[in-house]
Design a protein. Structure first.
Length: 202
């Protein structure tokens, strides 16, 4: 049986945790409000960029332009970072889903290409995150599980991945889906309505 190391952290502590993530880390995060999601993902990306990593954000709940606007509200110089290719804001269409279908190997090949390009540009590695709500909206849950499992609990690629899930998508008997997704990640973060946040290392 797997052993789980569980920590109850404040929001500041969990943001410190994501700042310290290293290559090969694969994290799943559940949130209930967009503010928590943005705090987590923007901190994760910007702290990585400050350390010399490139950042990538795949938009699958908000549009790329909405992500840009919210980042600017957080004080992030999106235009400068995108021009320097330190930050990529990518639409899910063509990345996660192509012509209505999910091909895990295609998406992994895109991650490999982006990682290699980032290194050629002088960045140490890549911190990537994605909004996963689009899979639920499109009814592609089985395909989502297959994609996450193909990445493995600890990424084989020398990059970092943070997969963000809206907890409200798991209504109507989808608890078994949540369990499968959690099992596909090295770390679990649950950002609930309480002030403490659960971080689990499986």
């Amino acid at each position: 049986m797997k052993k789980f190391e569980t920590l109850m952290l404040s929001k500041d502590e969990v943001l410190k945790f994501v700042r310290g993530l290293e290559p090969h880390s694969h994290v799943i995060a559940f949130y209930e409000n967009p503010e928590d999601k943005r705090d987590l993902l923007y901190t994760y990306l910007m702290s990585g960029i400050e350390k010399g990593y490139a950042g990538a954000y795949v938009a699958g709940e908000e549009t790329p332009d909405e992500v840009r606007e919210h980042m600017k509200e957080y004080g992030i110089d999106v235009d400068k970072l995108e021009k320097e290719k330190a930050l990529r804001i990518i639409n899910y269409d063509g990345w996660y889903i192509v012509n209505g279908k999910v091909d895990p190997q295609h998406t992994i090949s895109l991650w490999i290409k982006l990682l290699e390009e980032s290194r050629r540009l002088g960045y140490k590695s890549l911190r990537a995150c994605g909004e996963m709500t689009v899979f639920f909206r499109k009814g592609l849950i089985k395909e989502l599980i297959r994609y996450e499992e193909s990445l493995h609990r600890r990424l084989e690629l020398a990059m970092m991945g943070l997969c963000a899930y809206n907890a409200r998508d798991f209504t109507g008997g989808l608890e078994h889906v949540m369990i499968r997704l959690i099992a596909s990640h090295e770390y679990l973060i649950v950002m609930g309505p309480v002030k403490t946040i659960t971080v689990v290392k499986a």
